[in-house]
Design a protein around this ligand. Structure first.
Ligand code: G4P
Length: 201
């Protein structure tokens, strides 16, 4: 999606450790016009799937998912993070280890709110090593809910997020696919960009 890629090029910053900072328009301050365009893109992509709920995980996915849920005219459901295991039996629960943040946390969703009657569109800001997405897919599996697709704003293709969820065989629609980040030069290379100096056959 060109609007998102242009915004990342203009306002994204590359930090050491292969981290892309997008707090100026996505993660902390939010560009609502851009989010409307992103929601429209996913609506066109998944509008025939009879989505009953848009689902995400606390925290940064929520802003994006609100716009998407609004466009589909369905509720937004977000999985809640817990630092301990004291969730009730009324919740589906999963443990997630984040390679990016090197922390482990529990995530829960109420059994009342996600059921086998649901067809879900999962939305998140980043796909890195994929553990957050895998956790959401596990929660849907526990609930017996169908997953119609996954919308990701920024996929870091050089990490193994897709591989981590390949057993779920789910349709992933990423709006900006980052092939490489360079913290020294600040370069952000997207899938489809020409590599400088590359010889073409
Ligand atoms: P992981 O397995 O390495 O943990 O990767 P995953 O795809 O599950 O992403 C884990 C978390 O790390 C996500 O946050 C994601 O937004 C964040 N993340 C990964 N790479 C980047 C990056 O390059 N830039 C930024 N800004 N964030 C990144 P989360 O667990 O959903 O938590 P929250 O930050 O939304 O609270």
């Amino acid at each position: 999606m060109e609007q998102l890629k242009a915004k990342i090029r203009k306002e994204g910053r590359v930090l050491p450790g292969n981290i892309l900072l997008v707090d100026q328009f996505l993660n902390q301050q939010v560009d609502t016009e851009l989010l409307l365009d992103m929601a429209e893109f996913w609506y066109e992509r998944f509008k025939d799937k009879k989505i009953t709920k848009v689902m995400t995980i606390e925290a940064s996915g929520i802003a994006i998912a609100v716009f998407v849920a609004s466009r589909f005219g369905v509720p937004l459901l977000f999985a809640k993070k817990y630092s301990s295991t004291n969730v009730t039996r009324e919740s589906h629960e999963v443990n997630i280890y984040s390679y990016t943040k090197q922390v482990s946390y529990n995530v829960a969703i109420s059994k009342r709110l996600l059921t086998s009657d649901d067809t879900v569109l999962i939305i998140d800001d980043f796909l890195a090593n994929g553990q957050a997405l895998k956790g959401l897919l596990d929660l849907c599996r526990s609930a017996g809910a169908s997953v119609a697709g996954v919308g990701i704003a920024i996929e870091k293709a050089f990490q193994n997020g897709r591989e981590a969820v390949k057993d779920f065989d789910v349709d992933i629609s990423s709006l900006a696919i980052v092939e490489a980040l360079d913290a020294e030069t600040g370069e952000i290379r997207f899938s489809g960009d020409e590599v400088k100096g590359e010889e073409r056959a």
